[in-house]
Every structure is written in C-alpha cells, then in structure tokens.
Design a protein around this ligand. Structure first.
Ligand code: R1P
Ligand code: URA
Length: 313
C-alpha cells in the first residue's frame, strides 16, 4: 500500500509521521473505558516523572475517532478498547500496524481490566496465565473467508512471573495467577441469572462455574482471548491483569459502591506502573526515584542496572 489508513484511530501512514509520533513507544496499555485510560496516563506520567512540553496538557490522540481514546506519555501509550472481542480485535489490528509503521521494536502490551472472580473476593488482582473461551478452549475462533480458524490464546509466561514478583506484600489484597475465561457476553455467556433472558437454573450455573474453576479458571472477562491470540500471532509480549469486582460463586450483580469499585480499579494499574517504572529504571531511562534521567545516576550504578536489565528483557 502506498499509504495505510488506520481508520478507527484517525491516523495514517501517509497523513502522519508515525515514526516521529510513536517511534519511542515501549509499552502499550489497554483498558475498557476512556476515563480509566486517561487516569492511567496521568498516573504513569507522575510515576515516571515525564514532563509535557511547557504550556501543554495530555491530549486524546484519537479524539475525533469517537471510538477509542489514546494518550501518549513518553514511551507509554494508554488506549481504551471498549467492550468485547470485536472491539478489542479491531483496535489490536490497527495498533499492531501502528507499531510496525512507527518502527517500534519489541513493544510490550498490557490489558488493565476488571472481571468477575471465581472463588476470589472483589478487589483481588488476577494475572492471566492463559485465556480460554466459554467451552474452555485455549484458542480464539474466527470465521475467515467462510472458514473457521483457530489461533492459540497464549500469554507470556515470563511476564506473568515478573509481574507476580512485583506484588507488594504490604498491600491489603491478593495478587493471584490462573486461567482467564473470556466470553462473548456479560450475562448468559458468563452464566448470570440476572440478564433479560435466562434459560438455566441456579444449580446449572453453579455446576458450570465449579467445573470451570476445577479446570483452573479464576476469573471471567470479555477481551483476553483476542488480546492473547492476536499478540501471540504478532510475536508481541503481552499480559492481562484484571481486578475482580465480585466473587461469581456468591452472586451475579456488581453490588459494591462506586468509590470502592474505583479504588479496586487502581490495583492492576499500580502493578503495571511498577513494572514499567522498574523497566525504565533498569534501562537507565529514569533514575531510581522515578524522576530525571540517567545523567543523575553514578556510572557504577548505571553499570549495575544495565547488567540487571539484560536479565529483565
Ligand atoms: O473493565 P474492562 O476492561 O472494560 O473489562 C470488563 O468489563 C466489561 C464488562 O463490564 C468487559 O469489557 C469486561 O472484559
Ligand atoms: O463479572 C464480570 C465483571 C466485570 N467484567 C466481566 O466481564 N464480568
């Protein structure tokens, strides 16, 4: 193509200098809502001590798409993906192409989300080991040219361990790992009895949830299958970190007050911020207090972090 229009992002390889705009990106963070991803952009900006040019504020780069919101904070992109596999799938196609056009090498993708826990109280942070569909298959099924194809929904095992290793034992909540079930619907698809329709019983629901739990499923959400499958297909390192809003073995409705839900949603954000900050410190891109640049580090300290960073790649 002489130019590639990234239609849902309102960006294009002919209309924008994508290397100049995005060539320094290392981390791409995704989450359902524009507000969460705007807040994440502000949080990571403070955490890594990133300064915007004098007199400017954070702008939604995709403002006029009216589909997705995108913020850039130095090496971090923060993008909202909407709800469900089709929405995140379209976005991933365009962001993967964006990385290609911008000549970004080895980016790391994170999904920062919410979910229903299975056997875990609200407020628990879950790092997904792999994604499975509602029938426990570890593949994303797509119909392409009228044929059904399957793509493995694999996530990076090492990234899971590194994230788990960053859990702060002082925090008053658990950070667990396990399989994530990804469904095409919030209600019937997740075995809820409280949708507009429900053709099964409480006993059927409990039998299903307990069966998937025995199979290693610890949470349920709606994007991880596409997220894992498309990043794996592209050879991009990726992780999914979600906070549970309720324990599905105890109910269907999200009953916690808004302020509590808002605080819970900060929890995956904190872990991802810690990972990004640590990476940038180890690469000498920010000092150990999270501010300034490598210039403020002693040459000896710089050498040590360089050595450590090689094992962190
Ligand atoms: O909180 P986010 O990241 O939007 O994700 C979860 O919330 C939505 C359902 O309420 C689904 O998209 C599900 O995956
Ligand atoms: O139960 C839940 C909660 C959040 N998101 C989901 O997809 N399911």
């Amino acid at each position: 193509m002489d130019q590639d229009i990234l239609y849902h992002l309102t960006l294009g390889s002919g209309s924008h200098d994508l290397v100049e705009m995005f060539g320094d990106v290392k981390f791409v963070c995704f989450g359902g809502t524009p507000k969460r991803m705007e807040q994440f952009a502000h949080t990571i900006m403070a955490e890594i001590g990133h300064k915007l040019p004098c007199g400017t504020t954070l702008q939604d780069i995709c403002q006029f798409s009216y589909r997705y919101a995108m913020y850039k904070v130095g090496p971090v992109l923060s993008i909202s993906h909407g709800m469900g596999i089709p929405s995140v799938g379209i976005l991933l196609h365009e962001v993967i192409k964006l990385m290609y056009h911008a000549k970004v090498r080895d980016p790391v993708f994170f999904r920062i989300g919410t979910c229903g826990g299975i056997g875990y109280e609200g407020g628990t942070v879950v790092i997904s080991e792999e994604a499975v569909d509602g029938a426990l298959r570890n593949v994303l099924e797509l119909t392409v040219l009228g044929k059904t194809i399957q793509r493995p929904a694999k996530l990076d095992r090492r990234l899971v361990r590194e994230l788990k290793g960053l859990a702060d034992p002082e925090e008053p909540y658990d950070i667990v790992t396990g399989k994530t079930m990804c469904t095409y619907d919030f209600y019937e698809g997740q075995g809820r009895l409280d949708g507009a329709f429900c053709d099964f019983t409480e006993a059927d629901k409990m039998e299903y949830l307990e069966r998937v739990h025995k199979h290693g499923v610890v949470n349920i959400e709606m994007e991880s299958l596409a997220f894992a499958a498309l990043t794996h297909h592209a050879g991009i390192k990726a992780a999914v970190v979600c906070v549970t809003l309720l324990d599905r073995l105890k109910g269907d409705q999200v009953l916690s007050p808004k302020e509590v839900l808002d605080e819970w949603q900060q929890r995956p954000t904190k872990l991802i911020c810690r990972y990004i900050k640590r990476y940038l410190q180890l690469k000498g891109r920010i000092s150990l207090d999270g501010h300034g640049s490598i210039a403020v580090m002693s040459p000896r300290r710089f050498k040590l972090v360089q050595q450590e960073s090689e094992t962190y790649d």
